[in-house]
Design a protein around this ligand. Sequence first.
Ligand code: CMP
Length: 139
Amino acid sequence: ALERTLSIIKPDATKRNLTGKINAVFEGAGLRIVAQKRIQLTEKQAGAFYEVHKERPFYGSLVSSMIAEPVVVQVLQGENAVAKNREVMGATNPADAAEGTVRKLFAESIEANSVHGSDSLENAKNEISFFFAETEILP
Ligand code: CMP
């Protein structure tokens, strides 16, 4: 089915000027960027976005890393976009990521892993509405 998913190009990647290269991987996989903006997250926003991880030992460090530089938030649309984006991102830990995936190509570490993508269709809907009004999404 035609789906939408929320993607974030993280500070480690925006800092290294990799937005275009990462977008080329998404587009090459058949994902269409139907909304995109570069924003500076606040600590409050980053903390709320990753609320599900708040008991994890890496939460504080993750929130700090997400506000260190601007991020690019985007909506990707395509057939099975949620699963396709997860496939093209590769494993959370770049050491485990498959050849050709964004994290294998670009990620620095499990935390500085260059991209975030929604892990289910339900989370995709919530994460998209966290950043975008429906009027900002232009398929
Ligand atoms: P992301 O897909 O954005 O979801 C949660 C993020 O926490 C993850 O990518 C990593 O950037 C970060 N993180 C840091 N340490 C870990 C860890 N040990 N396991 C999972 N995620 C981690």
